[in-house]
Design a binder for this molecule. Structure first.
Ligand SMILES: *Cc1c(COP(=O)(O)O)cnc(C)c1O
Length: 365
């Protein structure tokens, strides 16, 4: 079996984890949390990092901390994981969707401005699969229309846009440390911002909205328990020490696939680079020229015990949102095609050379 993802845990993980056990610091009160927050925000060039229980939690907090609520519109890609749309919908807001660029698979920045209305509060960018969104036009729009920028950089640890780290662009940016990301804490996430007030807001919201100054257990608003544990932060610190190696390994996997699959007919490969970034290959995706080819390839790989994962499913085609009356009659042809014809190959950091060769060999018979 070649799984679609295996993590790499070959640094100080065990050492730091055993310190948690030995000292008894296992909750969110432990000392590794602040250390991880500080070291990761230094790495991303951010003033503040707020560690949370996962990336989805980070998005919930980001949306609420910015005051996005009932009736507020947030512009985002339709081709993404559900988390960003879910956070906006649960806050009472309305996701306003944008189609994808057929080559980068990211939100098509040309199509954003026409979606801006008097109700628009924010643009939520999601960097997809390995290449960042083209940020300059979005930064201009945010300035021109006074919109917040939320940046979902959950797949972009260490990636840069024109030399500046992804995760350093938004009023609030978020990361995930799920085991298939460039560094992992098992489950985990981080909110990043340069704003002191937003930082206090986010810290409060992750901790049941306990009032810093009021009597303990007296609450004035609803928050969540989205705290990260010291054990997660222990993993995160060990992983962060090796992040540059992880990024190199991801790019090696990506380039090996690019080289090994360069003569492949019927499939579109990821762009190796754009004029603003080099692909970091969070995953190595393939888009078949039609759905039959996609489905039959995935089925044949499964027979050979080679794991794949289908691409995201569009937000406007999600039954849960359609049943709420959202996105009626909307269509986004580029994203729909990606969702139907796209899948990704084993791309995890733990992928060994033998397995990589085996996957490539399948496509070259
Ligand atoms: C992984 C991911 C998330 C969610 O992170 P979790 O930690 O799994 O909740 C959010 N957005 C994107 C783009 C992701 O890839």
């Amino acid at each position: 079996m070649i799984p679609v993802n295996t993590p790499l845990l070959n640094g100080n993980e065990l050492n730091y984890l055993s310190q948690c056990i030995k000292t008894g610091w296992i909750s969110s009160e432990g000392p590794f949390i602040a250390e991880f927050e500080q070291k990761f925000s230094n790495y991303i060039n951010r003033k503040h990092g707020i560690a949370v229980s996962n990336g989805s939690a980070a998005l919930d907090i980001a949306v609420k901390a910015l005051g996005i609520g009932v009736g507020d519109e947030v512009i985002m890609p339709t081709f993404t994981i559900i988390c960003p749309a879910q956070s906006v919908v649960t806050a009472g807001g309305i996701p306003v969707l944008v189609d994808s660029d057929p080559l980068t698979w990211n939100m098509d920045v040309i199509k954003i401005e026409e979606k801006i209305t008097a109700k628009t509060k924010a643009i939520l960018v999601v960097h997809i699969y390995g290449l960042p969104v083209d940020m300059d036009p979005i930064l201009d729009l945010c300035k021109k229309y006074k919109l917040f920028l939320i940046e979902d950089a959950a797949e972009m640890h260490g990636q840069t846009y024109k030399g500046k780290k992804c995760g350093s662009f938004g009023d609030i940016s978020i990361f995930s440390f799920y085991p298939n990301k460039h560094i992992t804490t098992g489950e985990g996430g981080m909110i990043m911002t340069d704003n002191d007030e937003l930082t206090e807001r986010c810290k409060k919201l992750r901790n049941l909205a306990f009032e810093p100054k009021a009597r303990r257990f007296v609450h004035y608003e609803i928050g969540w328990n989205y705290r990260m544990t010291n054990m997660q932060a222990a993993l995160g610190l060990a992983q962060l020490e090796r992040i540059e190696e992880h990024i190199i390994k991801k790019r090696q996997i990506g380039l090996a696939y690019q080289e090994g699959l360069k003569n492949l007919a019927g499939f579109q490969l990821p762009l190796p680079k754009t004029d603003y970034a080099e692909n970091i290959y969070w995953v190595f995706g393939l888009v078949a020229e039609n759905q039959e080819l996609c489905d039959s390839t995935v089925a044949k790989l499964a027979e050979l015990k080679i794991g794949t994962r289908p691409f995201f499913w569009c937000m406007h085609e999600q039954p849960v949102f359609q049943n709420m009356g959202l996105f009626k009659g909307e269509s986004y042809p580029v994203a729909e095609k990606l969702a139907r014809n796209g899948f990704y190959l084993p791309s995890g950091l733990g992928l060994d050379n033998e397995s990589l060769k085996q996957v490539i060999a399948y496509f070259n018979v």
